[in-house]
Design a protein around this ligand. Structure first.
Ligand code: GLU
Length: 379
């Protein structure tokens, strides 16, 4: 389906906005471009005001740190780059905090590593933290933890990191603000007739070939190649990606009013992507046996409460996929458990109010949220 950009953004509840180094650094001083930080902060605040939460992914640590540590321009050895990231990250967050403060948004830093994003349990923890930050009215600002990330195990570009963050926090849209306003059908530097592609419905090899050389888009490491790679990750997770220019005032407002951009359509819906993922779990790590009441509730699309669980088989951690069966052992559904097996054994059969008393904490009312459940096909 082809939405206009204002429909796409207007219908979103949560967005991940990524901004690249080249937009944030003042080329004269090597320090933060304060006006740019303020423009982005104002745009995020206005989205927030009307109910569109944002998670910001900000590059710029290495570039700012270079200046602070008087390191040379050009490619740095890894240890120096990591040192630059450490020294620049503080300056980056100071700049964001100052820019966001007039809008009543405290900047909240999260530095993520590749491992955080690829290990299920850490992913769940990071997701819960982001949810809590947004609920508390903070502005999450994410970067890769470059200081500890090793060369082989890092994203290296924040485009793909942002796509994974979008997937993790269940965003509707991923906005990559850049020094280019989208994907062109030829190199605009070399071919004056190059045209902006407004809508990409599928990331074909031809589209990928338009990405050109890695690292083309200036100071950052991104370039179009990593933006297309990010769009692909997002598309498969059911999330639309928008590439747009970030250099003007009010870049997000302008985008919404139709400023040039490229939209990469999602390949599937978010619900379907999630359901496919759950349904595709080949070997659930355990089985929950449910009472008749819970079976009926599940069939009408409700969540599974601890009260409806009669028995727990197997060993699994929270966030792992389990099978659900009726009292007779009939396979009923698969789902992602919000609790580990040991926890569930202690709270099976208990009403939600008693769960906290027994465990000393509670992770929401459901043992498995309705969104995390897929019913077996009924014959
Ligand atoms: N994480 C790096 C930084 O903050 C930037 C990566 C990128 O340019 O995408 O400097």
């Amino acid at each position: 389906m082809n939405h206009t950009i204002s429909e796409l953004i207007g219908g979103a509840r949560r967005a991940v906005v990524k901004i690249g180094s080249s937009l944030l650094i003042d080329t004269q001083s090597g320090g933060p471009d304060t006006a740019r930080f303020e423009a982005i902060a104002a745009a995020l605040a206005s989205w927030r005001k009307r109910g569109l939460d944002t998670v910001l992914v900000s590059s710029g640590a290495v570039a700012l740190g270079r200046g602070r540590l008087n390191l040379p321009t050009g490619k740095l050895p890894l240890d120096q780059k990591q040192a630059a990231a450490a020294a620049g990250q503080t300056a980056l967050m100071v700049a964001w905090d100052r820019a966001l403060q007039p809008h009543g948004l405290p900047a909240a830093q999260a530095l993520l590593t590749f491992d955080d994003m690829e290990s299920r349990r850490r992913w769940l923890n990071a997701r819960a933290t982001l949810d809590a930050l947004l609920a508390a009215g903070a502005q999450p600002v994410i970067n890769e933890n470059d200081t500890v990330a090793t060369a082989e195990l890092r994203y290296g570009d924040n485009d793909r990191l942002a796509a994974r963050v979008a997937q993790m926090c269940d965003a509707d849209i991923l906005v990559l603000l850049s020094d280019v306003d989208g994907l062109y059908d030829a190199d605009p530097g070399r071919s004056p007739g190059a045209r902006l592609i407004a809508h990409v419905s599928a990331i074909t090899p031809e589209i990928e070939a338009l990405g050109g050389e890695p690292g083309k888009a200036g100071t950052g490491t991104g370039g179009m190649v990593s933006k297309i790679a990010a769009a692909r990750i997002a598309a498969r997770a059911g999330i639309a990606t928008i590439i747009a220019a970030g250099a003007q005032d009010d870049p997000l407002g302008r985008l919404e009013r139709g400023a040039p951009h490229t939209v990469f359509a999602p390949e599937t819906t978010r619900a379907t992507a999630r359901q496919n993922w759950i349904a595709g779990a080949v070997a659930p790590r355990g089985t929950l046996y449910l009472d008749d009441g819970a079976v009926a509730a599940l069939r009408t699309g409700k969540s599974l409460l601890p009260a409806g669980i009669v028995r727990v088989d197997g060993e699994f951690a929270r966030g792992e996929t389990v099978a659900l069966a009726g009292p007779d052992g009939m396979p009923l559904a698969k789902g992602i458990s919000a609790y580990g097996a040991d926890e569930l054994r202690r709270i099976a059969g208990l009403r939600s109010a008693a769960v906290e008393r027994v465990l000393g904490y509670r992770r929401g009312a459901a043992a498995i949220h309705a969104n995390d459940l897929v019913l077996e096909e009924r014959a």
